[in-house]
Every structure is written in C-alpha cells, then in structure tokens.
Design a protein around this ligand. Structure first.
Ligand SMILES: Cc1ncc(COP(=O)(O)OP(=O)(O)O)c(N)n1
Ligand SMILES: Cc1ncsc1CCOP(=O)(O)O
Ligand SMILES: [Mg+2]
Length: 235
C-alpha cells in the first residue's frame, strides 16, 4: 500500500452513527447522515451493536444512499466505514459498493481484515496505548487511528474514563498514523482538541442526539476548524 490513501477526504469531522440516539431524536440513521454530511461531516461510520448482520447490511445500504444523495453534484468523497462486521463489508464490496472498516483492539485483527477485504478499503483502528500504535506501524495496513475516549462518554457503555486533551496530544504525536479523537466531543469542547496533531474529531451523540444534525455538524466544524490552534489560543 502506498500514497496518501486519505487524499480527497475531508477527515475533520467524522460521524459514527447510533440508531437508538437517532430514533430518540425522531429520525432515521439515514436522515441523520444525510443532514450531517450536508452540514459538512466528511467521514461516516455505521455502528449498531443491537442488530444482526442482515439488518446491518440493510442499514449500511441506506447510509450509502444517504451519503450519495448528500454529496450529489459535488466532488466530495465521503467514505462509509462499517464498525467491525467484516463479513458484511465483504458482501458490500462484492456488490460493488465502496465501503471501509473500523476495528477495535479486540475485534478482527487488522491482518485478517486485509486478508478478507484486500488492499482497497481503508482500515481504521482504535488505539489508546503507545504499544498499540507501535504494533499498528509494524503490522501495517492501518490508514487511520481512532484515539479515545478523550472525554468521558455515555454512548459507549464499556468505555474507560476520558484521557483528556493533553494525553491525547502526546499519543497523536507518537502515533505515526493519521489520527482522529473520539469520546465526549461536542461543539463546546471541540476547540480544546485544536493543536493536538489530529486530522479530525469523531462524534456520535453530538450529531445523533442533536435537534438539527446539519447545524450540529456545521457548529462542530466551526469549533475544530482545520485542527490547528487559533492565533493566541493556549493549549
Ligand atoms: C473512529 C473510531 N475510533 C474508535 C472507535 C471505537 O472502536 P472499538 O474500540 O472497537 O469500540 P466499538 O465502537 O466497537 O464499541 C470507533 N468505533 N471509531
Ligand atoms: C465508539 C466510541 N469509542 C470510544 S468513545 C465512543 C463513543 C463516542 O460517543 P460520543 O461522541 O457520544 O461520546
Ligand atoms: Mg469494535
């Protein structure tokens, strides 16, 4: 694998979907994704721990359609990641869909993902320890790491406490792989993640629970900017 595999993708705002949160806000996942991508989200991950593979396949097809509709007539490339579910990803690739995958440390190992899906799809990996980045660099095949939780989160019930922006910055600096931060990020706190070496911020509830997901995406992007610190802003 070579070249800049994230070229043409605006990674600054990465939406991970939560079906129950979207439903609680009175919308489908697809409606939420369409609005968020219109508002500027540049990466989408389909995440649902409560449905089987057949339902996940249907959900992902709906998300792909929503992204296609939201980006029609533009040159935006907004990748759709699947949260684990390698078999569903294989099926969608075989159908000709352009899908990618995110795995955690206890999910399908990256080498196995590459064996099953080949070199085409982007692979994201969760990591929060220096040894995990070292392993990812040695093994290869990882395009993006998700570091977190940076702040405390209630969305992922088995998540540890947030590591905080300073520790996040240290990890990002040593990651050696483009990194996004995840966990407890909202438009009020996103500015704390500027200047931490990130290519983006990743949110669930800040968009899925929002009254207006298009506006929420725009507000998050405004707060994070291009990820660099504003003039005069302290860490
Ligand atoms: C971008 C991104 N980063 C981290 C995660 C967390 O993945 P994982 O540790 O596998 O936990 P689950 O999401 O599977 O509960 C993520 N999903 N996305
Ligand atoms: C999937 C995941 N991985 C680490 S924290 C998290 C959930 C983030 O959700 P929220 O943005 O609502 O805190
Ligand atoms: Mg996982």
């Amino acid at each position: 694998m070579s070249g800049d595999r994230l070229a043409g993708i605006d990674t600054r705002l990465y939406l991970v979907t939560d079906t129950a949160q979207c439903a609680g806000a009175g919308r489908t996942v697809a409606e939420t994704v369409r609005a968020a991508v219109t508002g500027g989200a540049g990466v989408v991950q389909v995440r649902d721990k409560d449905i089987d593979d057949a339902e996940f396949l249907v959900l992902t097809r709906e998300v792909i359609t929503a992204v296609t509709e939201a980006t029609a007539g533009t040159d935006r490339r907004v990748p759709v990641f699947l949260n684990d579910r390698v078999a569903v990803a294989r099926r969608l690739l075989d159908e000709g869909s352009d899908v990618h995958i995110h795995v955690g440390q206890t999910d399908t190992p990256v080498a196995e993902v590459r064996d099953l899906l080949g070199d085409g799809p982007l692979v994201g990996l969760s990591a929060a320890e220096p040894e995990e980045f070292a392993t990812a660099q040695e093994t290869g095949g990882v395009d993006l790491v998700g570091i977190g939780p940076v702040f405390d989160t209630t969305t992922k019930t088995d998540a540890p406490a947030g590591i905080g922006p300073d520790r996040l910055g240290e990890l990002t600096a040593s990651a050696g792989i483009p990194a996004v931060a995840i966990g407890g990020i909202d438009a009020e706190r996103a500015h704390e993640l500027r200047g931490r070496g990130l290519v983006g911020i990743c949110v669930v509830s800040a968009i899925c629970r929002a009254e207006d997901p298009e506006q929420a995406a725009a507000d998050l992007l405004d707060a994070f900017g291009d990820g660099t610190r504003k003039d005069g802003e302290q860490a």
